[in-house]
Ligand binder design. Structure first.
Ligand SMILES: [Zn+2]
Length: 271
């Protein structure tokens, strides 16, 4: 499933090909994604210029002068830049064709993704308005985590994965950041000190930044006609390593389930 670093990599990978381009045509082969794709999207977008490609949480935003396309990759969605004449394959549900002869193609085998249109500021859209801060921006810090966690008894891992608190900390990144910060994933969110939350916020930023940097090497895949673009393997310290030795102390890593998600940690290094 594309996580925040993959969505960020996607935004960076397609932006140079899409920003400043004018839409010639939108072809919708399959409108039934997570929500129905707006029927009149072709009429709405034709002749509009894509001013900016950006990301908010795991949503890609395509800004025009009159509104914004909100695109979510869901479980299995991907975007690719192709020449206009490239024939569509199975699961190629939507094509955005530009005047310069390039094509932005949305593929999604499981169809949990979304392509929506709004003429209001996207931050006010129902999908976006209640989201917490971006983890890589300065308004997300240890103080934010500390203030919002007081009296909370949820496990800290669930707390940092809650998109109302901070967006984009998926299961893998929560496991990795808690290991890096030396915090036990089951510890009650309300019992963690400000100093430890400051460390944790820094670790969340580092883990996500590292993933985005590693993703940078796959950017060429967005303009490659073969293969699956964008989703990358990373070097993980704990996630997927249950029963293997801790890289810091050689204790065998423990796996538990928190909120039914795999949680791997070191009983020596995390308290
Ligand atoms: Zn350890």
């Amino acid at each position: 499933m594309p996580e925040l670093p993959e969505v960020e990599t996607t935004a960076r990978g397609i932006a140079p090909h899409v920003e400043g381009q004018t839409v010639k045509q939108v072809i919708i082969r399959q409108p039934q994604l997570r929500w129905l794709v707006p029927e009149n999207l072709n009429g709405t977008l034709t002749n509009l210029n894509i001013r900016l490609v950006s990301r908010r949480a795991k949503y890609l935003l395509f800004t025009t002068d009159v509104g914004t396309i909100i695109l979510h990759l869901g479980m299995s969605g991907s975007l690719r830049i192709l020449p206009e004449e490239k024939t569509a394959d199975k699961h190629d549900h939507i094509d955005f064709i530009f005047n310069n002869g390039t094509l932005l193609r949305y593929n999604d085998p499981r169809r949990f993704g979304a392509v929506l249109w709004t003429t209001f500021p996207p931050a006010e859209h129902s999908l976006l308005k209640d989201l917490g801060p971006e983890p890589l921006l300065s308004d997300f810090d240890g103080n934010h985590l500390y203030q919002h966690s007081r009296k909370r008894t949820v496990p800290v891992k669930s707390f940092i994965m809650d998109s109302h608190i901070v967006v984009g900390v998926g299961n893998i990144y929560a496991n990795e950041a808690l290991f890096m910060a030396g915090i036990h994933p089951s510890r009650h969110a309300g019992k963690i000190s400000l100093a430890r939350y400051q460390r944790l916020a820094g670790c969340i930023k580092t883990v996500l930044q590292n993933a985005i940097q590693q993703g940078g090497t796959t950017l060429r895949n967005f303009v490659n006609e073969a293969g699956n673009p964008g989703y990358f393997k990373q070097q993980l310290r704990v996630y997927g390593r249950a029963g293997l030795p801790c890289i810091q102390c050689l204790q065998l890593l423990t796996e538990i389930r928190i909120a039914n998600r795999s949680t791997v940690f070191c009983i020596n290094c995390q308290h």
